[in-house]
Design a binder for this molecule. Structure first.
Ligand SMILES: [Zn+2]
Length: 445
């Protein structure tokens, strides 16, 4: 059985293939990355005999460790590096991850299989509404994937709705891949100009960067609105530059399928113990077969749930639900823990809401002071109603301030950011520094 069919193999075979790949990956990392050589030595472990079950004997790898020891992580020689992909560092400075020639091959295979899972095949014309320049991985990965698939790529980019609209109308793509809020804005623009999106050649939307589902895997308001506007099936995905692997939904739309030949996934609690299926945990990944900058047990900071019940599509691989929050965006309000995406989900349910952002500052008694700014022009929308709607989802009453939709757009679209930023963390670990943080933030505007 080849890798392409592995997802339909029996669980035992999937596991033994994954085990084989893991061992090869660990052996390579230990032999070629000085960071991991030291790590195996310190742990007194031999990569040749480490199993999937024994992987937890190795410590996690944090984003900070990668940031501070980039050259020690790099495993491929300079001659083998074909491309650099930028990711955002923890301090805001971008981090350039070296991609070997083999990594680009792997990336192409990964995206080919992602497209196939979403029903995209060689006959398709795929409009890629994601940036390929500025060293971003997304646009490059989708372009390579379309090539490997044998389909036709239309490199639309993500910067101009008019350009994307032209491409839809003149080049007749059958599939589009992009951030769902961008695909929504495109559909709305077309509708406003008298063009019905559902009458175009587009047959499916592959959504990247933002979840289109809720924790129970039902469509989020964003997902449902997008689907209703284009009247085509939508497919959620989850991926990141560091993991260089995508979890893509099949036609059943029940979370992104894991590719066992490309990645080992763990979901862990705060103490680093694995959480039971269906429970929220931090996504920890070991992307298999990466040679430029191999990673083992990398903590993503993303929180999601794993679903292992069989999928009706016939694949025997587990599925990852939507990202429900990020660890560094955890909010603690009067004893209750919540994450900004829950606020976004609540606001999506309400007509008249045109964008929002959240600010958090240090409050009293270890409670965070959270303020939600909502853009609207609807005279009937009151802060009280919005507070109530948010409490309906999060069980916490948060103060809401109404602002103009333009003010929201100005705040959330920042230079050098790929995605709109809707969460502003003005907390400091030292409460006495708090007003400095606030002043400098306001001084920037
Ligand atoms: Zn499925």
């Amino acid at each position: 059985m080849n890798d392409r069919q592995l997802e339909r193999a029996l669980p035992g075979e999937i596991r033994s293939r994954q085990q084989e790949r893991l061992r090869a990956h660990l052996t390579y990392a230990c032999a070629n990355s000085s960071f991991y050589r030291r790590r195996f030595q310190d742990a007194g472990l031999d990569p040749d005999i480490l199993t999937l079950e024994g992987l937890s004997k190795l410590p996690f790898t944090s984003k900070e460790e990668v940031e501070n020891n980039l050259s020690e992580f790099q495993a491929a020689g300079a001659n083998d590096i074909a491309d650099l992909c930028l990711t955002s560092g923890t301090t805001g400075a971008p981090l350039a991850l070296p991609q070997s020639r083999q990594d680009l091959e792997r990336l192409a295979y990964n995206e080919e299989m992602g497209f196939r899972t979403a029903g995209v095949g060689e006959k398709d014309r795929v409009l890629i509404a994601a940036a390929i320049d500025r060293c971003f991985m997304a646009g490059l990965a989708y372009f390579l994937g379309v090539q490997k698939l044998g389909a036709t790529a239309l490199r639309g980019g993500s910067s101009s709705l008019s350009n994307l609209q032209d491409m839809v109308l003149r080049q007749h793509p059958t599939a589009m891949v992009g951030v769902p809020s961008l695909l929504l804005a495109l559909g709305r623009k077309m509708k406003a100009e008298g063009i019905e999106p559902s009458t175009t050649s587009v047959e499916r939307l592959v959504c990247i960067g933002e979840p289109v589902r809720q924790a129970d895997l039902s469509s989020s308001r964003l997902g449902a609105t997008l689907e209703a506007l284009w009247r085509v099936p939508i497919f959620g995905t989850y991926a990141s530059t560091e993991m260089a692997t995508a979890f893509t939904e099949c036609e059943k739309g029940q979370g992104g399928h894991l590719r066992p030949e490309l990645i080992v996934l763990e979901l862990v609690d705060e103490a680093g113990r694995s959480v039971p299926d269906g429970e929220l945990g931090e996504v920890v990944v070991t992307p298999l077969g990466v040679t430029g900058l191999p990673l083992i047990r990398f903590r993503t900071g993303d929180l999601a749930r794993l679903h292992t019940s069989p999928c009706d599509c016939g694949r025997n691989t587990p599925r990852l639900g939507p990202v429900e929050g990020r660890l560094n965006q955890r909010l603690k309000v009067r004893g209750t823990t919540l994450y900004p995406p829950a606020i976004a989900l609540a606001l999506q349910q309400i007509d008249g809401v045109q964008g929002h952002y959240v600010e958090v500052r240090n409050g009293f008694d270890l409670s965070d002071e959270v303020r939600v700014f909502v853009g609207t022009t609807d005279p009937f929308l009151t802060p009280e109603r919005l507070t109530e709607a948010i409490a309906g989802v999060t069980r916490v009453s948060l103060p809401v301030e109404l602002v103009s939709p333009e003010a929201v757009q100005r705040r959330i679209h920042q230079e050098n950011c790929r995605k709109p930023v809707t969460f502003f963390d003005l907390r400091s670990s030292f409460p006495e520094d708090d007003h400095h943080a606030v002043e400098s933030e306001e001084g920037n505007e």
